[in-house]
Ligand binder design. Structure first.
Ligand SMILES: [Zn+2]
Length: 294
């Protein structure tokens, strides 16, 4: 079997000009044995487990632990977000068709443990479209889980505020349940590209929120859609609402996977895990935009 690190190397080799040094913005190229470097000598490591670490120094939020990403991965793999992935994949495939593009380069900014990117890329792949999928997240723990579960995409640890990619390289930017940096998004997008952002609606995971915090807890991201519309042209919105079945085995993971649990008491968490809940509400807005507005 081909080693993961060799797969990542050939992927990097096949995309010259894609990676950019987060320190000096010069191009990054492979250097032996297992790193990438810019002409100034800034060097970044390729992990044996199949990802690229493009963070100049240890950053990130330690609340995003490996356990949280493992929990998300377990629940996501049961198809909880199929109804969210669907409109994203359709928009991206529709874009490729409209442009007559044979290749589509997708960048997921804040990809976490990678399931959403993987599922979107899998749905588009096949037929005549070549998909290059790149996922970046500041949390190394998330990227490690992604690289382990999903060989194929290029997984990078990196800072969204100074994304380690050359300008204008990506046809589709994804930003799913993750903070945005619109200035960087505008820099990274190809001229006729798409940007797709997913934000939680008011009822998103309301069963979990109510169980952990009771009535009155803050829900949704009211101004996210408004802000998005200020930054991109031709914005359209797909509202997605459904109930997704979960089983008792998923409940500990549902508590672990969400920031909702960070402030919750151990008693409430335990009560939720024992609740026998059978479905959760998925309520999101999929925001789709084009050209950045200056
Ligand atoms: Zn450099």
């Amino acid at each position: 079997m081909r080693r993961k690190i060799d797969t990542v190397k050939s992927l990097i080799r096949s995309q010259p000009g894609l990676l950019q040094c987060p320190l000096c913005e010069a191009g990054l190229a492979l250097t032996e044995p297992n790193s990438v470097a810019c002409p100034q000598g800034h060097t970044f490591d390729l992990a044996r487990t199949g990802y690229l670490n493009l963070l100049p120094s240890r950053k990130g939020d330690q609340k995003y632990t490996k356990a949280l990403f493992e929990a998300r991965s377990a629940v996501y793999q049961r198809g909880l977000y199929e109804g969210v992935v669907q409109p994203i994949a359709e928009a991206a495939a529709g874009w490729a068709k409209e442009q007559g593009a044979g290749e589509i380069r997708i960048l997921d900014l804040g990809c976490g443990e990678g399931s959403h990117l993987w599922n979107v890329a899998s749905q588009i792949a096949g037929g005549s479209i070549e998909v290059l999928a790149v996922g970046v997240d500041i949390a190394k723990e998330g990227i490690q889980v992604a690289a382990r579960n999903y060989p194929g995409p290029l997984w990078c640890v990196g800072d969204l505020a100074k994304a380690p990619f050359a300008p204008g390289q990506f046809h589709v930017l994804l930003n799913i349940f993750s903070p945005a940096n619109y200035r960087e998004f505008a820099r990274l997008m190809a001229p006729e590209g798409l940007v797709i952002k997913v934000v939680p609606g008011e009822r998103y995971l309301e069963e979990v929120r109510l169980a952990l915090h009771g009535e009155g807890a803050e829900a949704g991201e009211g101004d996210a859609a408004f802000l998005f519309a200020q930054h991109f042209a031709e914005v359209s919105t797909v509202e997605v609402q459904y109930r997704a079945a979960v089983d008792a085995n998923d409940l500990p993971a549902l508590v672990e996977m969400t920031p909702l649990s960070w402030q919750a008491s151990p008693e409430r968490k335990e009560a939720f895990v024992q609740s026998g809940l059978e479905a959760v509400t998925i309520d999101v807005a999929v925001l789709i935009g084009r050209r950045p507005l200056a």
